[in-house]
Design a binder for this molecule. Sequence first.
Ligand SMILES: Cc1cc2nc3c(=O)[nH]c(=O)nc-3n(C[C@H](O)[C@H](O)[C@H](O)COP(=O)(O)O)c2cc1C
Length: 289
Amino acid sequence: MNYYQSATKRKSTRQFKDKEVSASVISEIKEYFGKCKRLVPDINVEMSVLDMKSAPVLTGCAGYEDYLIEAPQYILITSEKSEYYLENAGFIGEDLILKLTDMGIATCWVTISDEAKMKERLRIASDMVPAGFIAIGYEDSVKSIKRLDIVNQSNVTLKKRSSYEAPKLFIDDAIIAEDMGIKGEPSTLDHYTDLYQALVAACCSPSFLNRQPYRFIINDGLFMLVEFKDDETDENDAHLNLGILMLNFYGVLSERSGVYGKWSLDVPESEKAKVTVPEGGKIVAGIKI
Ligand SMILES: Cc1cc2nc3c(=O)[nH]c(=O)nc-3n(C[C@H](O)[C@H](O)[C@H](O)COP(=O)(O)O)c2cc1C
């Protein structure tokens, strides 16, 4: 799979054909799950595929305003509930989504609005919780497109992508501070293809209601992810958003050279002290670039 191509091609689908994804695709994705990227490898995670018959059971547990997108199948990621389990589930789920995109399968993240209810209804083992939920299938482009009212989080320019619904952050707006000379001279990025493509992928990441409540700071070779609290996004989805973004950035950054390290979810205070974070922002992760 080419991460950059998948990350820029991916979009959320909300209208699916009445046709199940074949058993061979499901078995390939299950195999991929066994070896896909993990943010916190020690956390125990499992993946299962639910079919449409599960949808009525999930009423009131999943979807924007509890409206569950009708899809022929859903991927459920269950996880042990330890620190960063949602960032990890977002990271894994997004890796599955990019793989499915590469395989021509349409997807959409679905919010788990009531974790406890979903756990009970699906009889999930006591030591695990539902962490990530994704609708999968084949896009039905004939049915009318359900549009989302996407509200831009702050005063930034969003890039319209042709034939896509969701406008995305411009790289220049996404980077709030950096010491590489990019903001004054964006063509600087021409010399850093890995970084440039990783930034594009990060800006194309799916996020809850497309709010994209994060920005970046680059300082002294450290790329830092800054989270901003967003009134529309609940805590669990905010954690998933971060994991999803980290996968898009890391998948693309590391795919060609493999020389890059991993994300750290514990940026040293000494590194944080070197930069000024705008009000309301919090550095939540960093990766050496
Ligand atoms: C954590 C999370 C939860 C989401 N939940 C839903 C959902 O319940 N229903 C829905 O239609 N879309 C959902 N989405 C999809 C977003 O609305 C979508 O990613 C965003 O609008 C950007 O569009 P794009 O994915 O086409 O780039 C969710 C996305 C994320 C990351």
